[in-house]
Design a protein. Sequence first.
Length: 154
Amino acid sequence: MPHDHGPQGHHHHHDHPHPHPHDHNHSQDAEHLHSHMHEHDEAADLQVLAAQFIDGFVQAKDKTSYLKLAGVPFERPGQGGSKALKLVDVELTTDWQVGTASPSFGSRELSYLPFPGEMVRERTNMSLIYVSMDEKSVLDLRDFLAGRKRDIEG
């Protein structure tokens, strides 16, 4: 149950500006039952979706059907829309993050932090490769999934 409160009533704090009705028997309850995801949470959520999608694709016996069921377009408009690009390859890449680097305060040097072995993380990503006679386009799986998520939540 989204709001299970005792006799004291409804008390909580959110770090974003929007009205919260205090009468939860009011018709605005449906509006209040929205996700409070922040940008970092959405990126993490998208990474989980991508990992699950990739696992399913790798395990699928019929990869073409898997892509069709997921709504992956097999044709996309090219630049200017004159020629359709055709899906020809699905590329998986694996990276291992072994450290982090960020701008240093007051310096042109990067602040570098190599990770100890137990912090090294593997990341696999998928790219959808589309071609025509005149161009090549690469669609990152995370961009595709973000678009699908917007369409569903729309």
